[in-house]
Design a protein around this ligand. Structure first.
Ligand code: FA5
Length: 352
C-alpha cells in the first residue's frame, strides 16, 4: 500500500509536469483526486488495514493528496505567467501609440490667470472673499443709499430668510467691490496704533445679477483692484489702467477715463479702451473708436470711514471690470453673445 501511494504521487507529478494547459491539469486532478480517482480508491482500502499501519498510511495518503493539489496550483500559475510573457513578447514598442484626448482650461480661467500675473508684476496681491455675502459688505458700507435700485431683488439675488443683526440680509455678491470692505476691515483689525499697512488688493471672483442678454450673464466674473496708501492720486490710477490695457490688449491700445457716478468712489470714472479693430478710428463694432471696460475712481471718504480708516490720513483708488467683457475685447476674438462662454458648447470652447 505504501508503494502504491508513492507510485501514485510520482505518476501524478510527472503528468502535471508535462501538462500544457489548465484543462489538462483539471483532468489530471480528477484522475487522481476525483470521486473515483486513483488516490480516492486507494484511500477507500484503508479501513481494511491493520490499525497500527492504517494511521501511518493515512498520514502518507494525506501528504500525497496535498502534494498533488499544490503542484496543480503551482503549474496553473506558471502557465498563466507564460501566456503573459508570450503576449508581452508580441507587443511592438515601435508602433505609434494611441493619443489620449487632452483638454484645456476654460477660456475664463485662462483669462483670470493672465490678469492675475499682470497685476502681480506691479505688486497687487490676489485675494478671495465670499460670494455669498452680507448686505453690509456689498452695499451699506460702500455708501449705497437704502433705496438704490441695485439693492432691489430685481437686480440682486437675496438668500431667503437669512439676515444678520448687524450686517443685514444675505445675498449673492453682485460685484467684487464687497472685497474692498473686507480687505480694508482686515487691514484695520491688524493695524498698530491706527497705522494700517498700505493695501494693493486684486480680488477676482464670481458675481451674480438678475441679467441675461447678449452682453450680460447671470453669473460672471469681475476683477477688482484696490490701492490704499498716503497721497495716492488719479495719476496713479491712470498709470495702472494704462499698464493693464497695454499688457492685456497689446501695446497699440490705450485707455481713457470718462466722468461717471459710483456711490463708493469720488470722483468716479468709466474706463474705455481704444478699439482693436479700427485702432480708435471708429468702426461698426465700437462706433466711436472706444469700447467700455468698467468702472474706477478714488475711494469715497465715507467708505474709508465705514471700515475704520481715517480719510484724513489715507486715501486710495479702486477699479472693477468684467473678466468676460475684457476677454471679448481682445484682438481677434469676435464673441457676439457673452452667453456662449457658459453654453458648454465644445465646438466653441475647443477653439481656445
Ligand atoms: C461695478 O460693478 C462696480 N463695482 C465697478 C467699480 C469698482 C467702480 C471699483 C468703481 C470702483 P458695473 O456695474 O458697471 O460696476 O460693472 C462693472 C463691469 O462688470 C461692467 O463694465 C461689465 O464689464 C461687467 N458686468 C456687469 N454686469 C455684468 C453681467 N451681468 N454680465 C457680464 N459682465 C457684467
Amino acid at each position: 500500500m505504501e508503494n502504491e501511494l508513492i507510485n501514485l504521487k510520482n505518476n501524478a507529478l510527472s503528468l502535471i509536469l508535462e501538462a500544457e494547459d489548465e484543462k489538462e491539469l483539471e483532468e489530471i486532478k480528477l484522475q487522481f483526486l476525483g470521486r473515483s480517482g486513483k488516490l480516492t480508491q486507494a484511500i477507500r482500502k484503508l479501513p481494511k488495514i491493520d490499525i497500527e499501519k492504517r494511521k501511518e498510511l493515512g498520514v502518507l495518503a494525506n501528504e500525497v493528496k496535498e502534494t498533488i493539489e499544490a503542484s496543480v496550483d503551482e503549474k496553473k500559475k506558471q502557465l498563466k505567467k507564460g501566456i503573459l510573457m508570450s503576449k508581452i513578447r508580441k507587443i511592438d514598442v515601435t508602433n505609434p501609440g494611441i493619443k489620449p484626448q487632452i483638454g484645456h482650461l476654460h477660456l475664463v480661467t485662462q483669462a483670470i490667470s493672465e490678469i492675475t500675473s499682470i497685476f502681480e508684476k506691479i505688486g497687487f496681491v490676489r485675494v478671495r472673499y465670499p460670494e455669498v455675502e452680507w448686505d453690509w459688505y456689498a452695499f451699506e458700507a460702500l455708501n449705497f443709499p437704502k433705496d438704490h435700485p441695485a439693492r432691489d431683488d430685481w437686480e440682486t439675488f437675496f438668500i431667503d430668510g437669512a439676515s444678520h443683526k448687524k450686517y443685514g440680509p444675505m445675498l449673492l455678491t453682485p460685484h467684487t467691490s464687497s472685497g474692498q470692505i473686507r480687505e480694508m476691515s482686515n487691514a484695520v483689525k491688524s493695524s498698530v496704533s491706527g497705522e494700517i499697512s498700505p493695501i494693493k488688493m486684486l480680488n477676482i471672483a464670481k458675481c451674480y445679477r438678475r441679467q441675461s442678454d447678449v452682453s450680460h450673464t447671470p453669473m460672471f466674473h469681475q476683477f477688482e483692484g484696490l490701492a490704499i496708501d498716503k497721497n495716492l492720486s488719479i495719476v496713479n490710477l491712470k498709470g495702472v489702467l494704462d499698464y493693464f490695457v497695454k499688457s492685456y490688449f497689446g501695446e497699440k491700445r490705450v485707455s481713457r477715463i470718462r466722468p461717471y457716478h459710483f456711490e463708493f468712489t469720488e470722483p468716479s470714472f468709466e474706463v474705455d479702451v481704444s478699439c482693436g479693430v479700427c485702432n480708435g478710428q471708429g468702426c461698426s463694432l465700437c462706433k466711436d473708436g472706444w469700447l467700455e471696460l468698467g468702472g474706477a475712481g478714488m475711494v469715497h471718504p465715507n467708505v474709508l470711514k465705514n471700515t475704520g480708516i481715517d480719510p484724513d490720513k489715507f486715501n486710495g483708488f479702486a477699479f472693477g471690470w468684467g473678466v468676460e467683457r475684457a476677454l471679448m475685447m481682445k484682438d481677434g476674438l469676435e464673441i457676439d453673445d457673452l452667453r456662449l462662454i457658459y453654453s458648454n458648447k465644445l465646438e466653441f470652447l475647443e477653439q481656445f
